[in-house]
Design a binder for this molecule. Sequence first.
Ligand code: HEC
Ligand code: HEC
Ligand code: HEC
Ligand code: HEC
Ligand code: HEC
Length: 170
Amino acid sequence: MRKWAGTLLALWVIAVALIVGFFYSQGSADLRGQDRQPIAFSHQRHAGELQINCLFCHRGADISPAASIPPVYVCMMCHRSLKAQTPETQKLLTYWNNKEPIPWVRLQRLPEFVRFTHQMHLNAGFKCTDCHGQVAQMTSTPRAATFEMGWCIRCHQRNGASKDCFTCHY
Ligand code: HEC
Ligand code: HEC
Ligand code: HEC
Ligand code: HEC
Ligand code: HEC
């Protein structure tokens, strides 16, 4: 009996891990936010199939506190000369022709009282995927992790980084 219980428990743990892993690889179990994006932009298409480097669009990531979302002209470097149009690329052209910025919805943002920069983490050798998940496979806005205090601290603990309150709080 005990042996069977152990096997069942092991199977259960594996099943839960698979389910959690699936949602993690999908970005998040919560995909409501994509509905609010003005254009259905796909990282899977651009960073995955077309293999555009993350830093080509998120130019600030290794040099300034904000990774930044690309302005319309970065999109138009390619889309100006792409012949095939879809309803979604039409929206892009409309913003460009009207000289309007695309009102992307920022889904994740740390509170003001938290100190964080990309630079120090990238310098320490981390990759985008360590914190944002497999973005190149995501068709909607990346949301791999919830940026909670425990998430930061667990990784700091694993890597021997500071857990002092004033490291992350002003
Ligand atoms: C062709 C330009 C482009 C490339 C290449 C690109 N991104 Fe993005 N990224 C965007 C745009 C536009 C948004 C805003 C729309 C959205 O969230 O889908 C965005 C949003 C994000 C966000 C979400 C910000 C938030 O919380 O709302 C993350 C994280 C991100 N990108 C990471 C990456 C990573 C990692 C890569 C490389 C694997 C990458 N991006 C490649 C254009 C790009
Ligand atoms: C150590 C974890 C970590 C790594 C590594 C990381 N990010 Fe982030 N990223 C975050 C956190 C946390 C935020 C939220 C920051 C905030 O709200 O100030 C964020 C926010 C963003 C955003 C939202 C917009 C902005 O201006 O900040 C984008 C885009 C982004 N990251 C892209 C990237 C790219 C591209 C890489 C790889 C070059 C990367 N990130 C690597 C943790 C990370
Ligand atoms: C390096 C070139 C390049 C850049 C930069 C780029 N794109 Fe694209 N984009 C493409 C190509 C190529 C396609 C695929 C066209 C096709 O499938 O016929 C595409 C497809 C698309 C589509 C259509 C997807 C669909 O199936 O309807 C949208 C929407 C889009 N891009 C938006 C953007 C936005 C917004 C930006 C800027 C944040 C951007 N692109 C930046 C090259 C680029
Ligand atoms: C993937 C692992 C990882 C995650 C997730 C992570 N960090 Fe870090 N962080 C590190 C490591 C490792 C260092 C030490 C880098 C070094 O010393 O070069 C560091 C350094 C820092 C520093 C600089 C400390 C100093 O000495 O100046 C701050 C501030 C910081 N992290 C804040 C955060 C916050 C806030 C979050 C969550 C939103 C976070 N980190 C998430 C791994 C991580
Ligand atoms: C590695 C980074 C890091 C360290 C170290 C850290 N915090 Fe935080 N803390 C955060 C982040 C990120 C948030 C924001 C979480 C969120 O928005 O859900 C936060 C939020 C908080 C909050 C607000 C809680 C809430 O629910 O809004 C308090 C209070 C707090 N931290 C206290 C502390 C104290 C006290 C220490 C030292 C024992 C500490 N923190 C150490 C990253 C850190």
